[in-house]
Design a protein around this ligand. Structure first.
Ligand code: AMP
Ligand code: GLY
Length: 423
């Protein structure tokens, strides 16, 4: 089967490498892909948000299947457009992608169906939000309703910070229409767990749990980023907690979506916080996480394409999704300065990988014969091993063999997970 994959980051590189191992996969196209993905797929320079362009290429290349992984095209209805053109897809329709596309929608859904989450209030007028925030408990969590490149969440320590966040979102419209409504949420504490799952709308099959490291600097300091590294599995996510999540969060969510006439098919990402009152939903994503995917898929022993076809066809079974024992770690190498200003255009020297290693390219392009940096997050150095301590060590050893000017990484990916293992 010839497959088209929409997107061009480290996550898509991991998806493409996993798909290419499938018995049934033929040619793979990436739109737009990137300089590293070009090793594993034919990259065609069509933006992930150019829905018409994507449909045109899918038709021209006569692909048999399409996989849409980034949030923007999903929320814009890329799957609907491809399916309407007769191309079967992995990914939720626009109606279902709203679970990520609108935080007000997902909060209402959780309230209506009794799914545990932080208490919150919704505002569509800045004055009302500011009046409420005068007497709110702090820290307070302020969230823009729509997609905001992962920057739409502010944890305000006091009223002044909260007021500034409301002004940014609702008056200065720094996230455009995404900030026309906001949520003010109760601040929760506890370890965070990411759980990606496959669902065909009827059953939900969780993948291995993982832990992201969102802040730019060691010790979870610095600005929020798209993610500086991940480990899987997440040691905080015990079997008992997994069971509780299945009963109280995962199944109720897919049933709720179905009941709302928004059957979700694809990868549903549960961003959870394990509070002392039990697991609660921090966010839903309508797609694979980045860089969670880079540690989860290397441990998958099942055929990813078969799973995706079953998700689309409504024939998913639990026994189709198998993972090997062991653990994985991804260390992101970024351009110094990310997530703010950074320079690009530096040549990347990549080492050969061993069987337990992979390098997933996120922000790099070909310049003549050379691979050069072109983004904030440049690549993920990933290693698998029989346990987490060895996986972390191996991922850092791999990262140490990769060089480019201005490379920056955190040095404590997995540290908290390793500490949790000891308790
Ligand atoms: P999100 O973009 O929804 O993933 O939020 C980004 C980060 O903000 C999350 O990973 C959490 O660390 C934090 N966060 C979001 N909501 C809350 C909350 N209600 N309480 C505490 N932290 C939160
Ligand atoms: N790593 C978090 C996300 O993909 O949104």
């Amino acid at each position: 089967m010839d497959i088209l994959v929409v997107g061009g980051g480290g996550r898509e590189h991991a998806v493409i490498k996993a798909l290419s191992k499938s018995r049934r996969s033929g040619k793979i196209y990436a739109l737009p892909g990137n300089g590293g993905i070009a090793e594993d797929a034919e990259c065609i320079p069509v933006k992930a948000t150019d829905i018409e362009g994507i449909v045109r290429v899918a038709r021209e290349k006569k692909v048999d299947f399409a996989v849409v992984t980034p949030d923007d095209p999903l929320v814009l209805g890329c799957v609907d457009a491809l399916e309407a053109a007769g191309i079967p897809c992995f990914g939720p329709t626009k109606d279902a992608a709203v679970i990520e596309g609108s935080k007000v929608f997902s909060k209402e859904l959780m309230k209506k169906y009794g799914i545990p989450t932080a208490k919150s209030e919704t505002f569509s007028e800045p004055e009302a939000a500011v009046a409420y925030l005068k007497n709110a408990p702090y820290p307070a969590v302020i969230k823009a309703d729509g997609l905001a490149l992962g920057k739409g969440v502010v944890i305000a320590q006091n009223f002044e910070e909260a007021e500034a966040a409301v002004k940014n979102m609702m008056v200065d419209h720094v996230f455009g229409a995404s900030g026309s409504r906001i949520l003010v949420e109760e601040f929760l504490t506890g370890p965070e767990v990411s759980v990606l799952s496959f669902t065909d709308g009827n059953i939900v099959v969780p993948m291995l749990s993982s832990m992201d490291h969102k802040r730019a600097k060691d010790g979870d300091e610095g600005l929020n980023t798209g993610g500086m590294g991940t480990v899987a599995p997440n040691p905080y996510y015990t079997e008992e907690i997994a069971k509780e999540c299945m009963e109280q969060i995962f199944l109720p969510t897919i049933r709720a979506m179905k009941a709302e006439g928004r059957t979700f098919k694809g990868c549903l990402y549960f961003g959870l916080m394990l509070t002392k009152d039990g697991p609660k939903v921090i966010e839903y994503n309508c797609r694979f996480g980045d860089p969670e995917t880079q540690v989860v898929l290397p441990l998958l022993t099942s055929d990813l394409l078969e799973i995706m076809l079953a998700v689309r066809g409504g024939t998913l079974r639990e026994d189709m999704v198998r993972f090997r024992e062991g653990a994985a770690c991804c260390v992101v190498l970024a351009s110094e300065g990310y997530p703010q200003k950074y320079e690009t255009g530096f040549e990347i020297a990549l080492p050969a990988c061993q069987a337990n290693e992979d390098i997933y390219i996120a922000g790099a392009k070909m310049q003549g014969e050379k691979l050069v940096t072109s983004g904030g997050r440049v690549l993920g150095a990933v290693a698998t091993a029989e346990d987490l301590p060895r996986a972390v060590e191996a991922a850092y050893a791999l990262a140490g063999r990769i060089s480019f000017q201005n490379a920056y990484m955190r040095h404590d990916i997995g540290r908290r997970a390793l500490a949790a293992l000891k308790n």
